[in-house]
Design a protein around this ligand. Structure first.
Ligand code: MG
Ligand code: MG
Length: 254
């Protein structure tokens, strides 16, 4: 069942989302050469808890940290540890916060400069595909239109599209219906309705589509060892268009 949220529900999700947005902004400023993944995780947890929220991922199916931090060929669900960031690294940061029972979920990918130009192009294109998906996520369209819009941007560059993981509904729970694949056919899938809240999240590989999970049971990596990027926003579908719920608290909402 796909739950339609009320205006009041969406207001609460906007508040949870702002904590995620602020956390990602802080981390973007902190992620420099020599900083450890664990330091980033601790800072994120402190900010989230300081705002009266809970880091949604911590303890989720037993996940041991507050952030998912995935470096280079790690795609998603990387575990923060003592590793230090190095020049040329690509870092994907996925963050969740639960406030007053409602979840915000968003991700960014950044580079520790100087880094290869092909990595910045991968990141920019991944971000562009997310915004194409957001554009397609509107009343009257179908879920397949979102995936088709994301896929069209990524196919221009012949990037790999991760098919084993996808976007999802978000709300009281981190993962709700519907699933929102990052590929699809125009005009397919359920019809999008106002009040839906979705997390769109293209996971994009420099090489092939295929990924596997490491022996720690969490970290997803590319089969070919090539880099991967991840961008995610939680959005609300409104009659007038979609609204991003995971902006920072100082960004202006429409
Ligand atoms: Mg996420
Ligand atoms: Mg998500």
């Amino acid at each position: 069942m796909i739950e339609r949220k009320s205006t009041d529900n969406i207001k609460k999700m906007r508040a949870a989302g702002a904590i995620v947005g602020d956390t990602l902004r802080m981390l973007r400023g902190m992620a420099h050469e020599g900083v450890s993944l664990r330091e980033l995780d601790r800072a994120a947890e402190a900010l989230i808890k300081g705002r009266g929220a809970w880091p949604t991922f911590k303890g989720y199916h037993g996940f041991p940290a507050s952030l998912c931090l995935s470096v280079n060929h790690e795609v998603v669900h990387g575990i923060p540890d003592q590793r230090k960031l190095k020049k040329g690294d690509l870092l994907s940061i996925d963050c969740g916060a639960t406030l007053d029972g409602w979840v915000g979920d968003a991700a960014i990918t950044l580079l520790i400069e100087p880094a290869a130009a092909e990595l910045s192009e991968l990141i920019e294109t991944t971000k562009r595909s997310l915004f194409a998906g957001i554009e397609a996520a509107k009343v009257g369209n179908r879920v397949g239109d979102i995936g088709a819009a994301i896929e069209a941007v990524l196919n221009e560059k012949h990037y790999g599209i991760v098919r084993d993981y996808c976007g999802h509904g978000v709300g009281r729970k981190l993962h709700e219906d519907p699933q929102v694949p990052n590929y699809g056919k125009v005009g397919s899938g359920p019809r999008i309705q106002s009040g839906w809240t979705l997390a769109l999240e293209p996971m994009v590989n420099l090489g092939g589509d295929d990924v596997h999970t490491l022996g720690n049971g969490w970290t997803v990596v590319t089969d070919d060892g090539k880099a991967s990027a991840h961008y995610e926003c939680s959005i609300a579908i409104l009659d007038g268009g979609s609204e991003i719920l995971t902006l920072t608290s100082t960004d202006e909402h429409p």
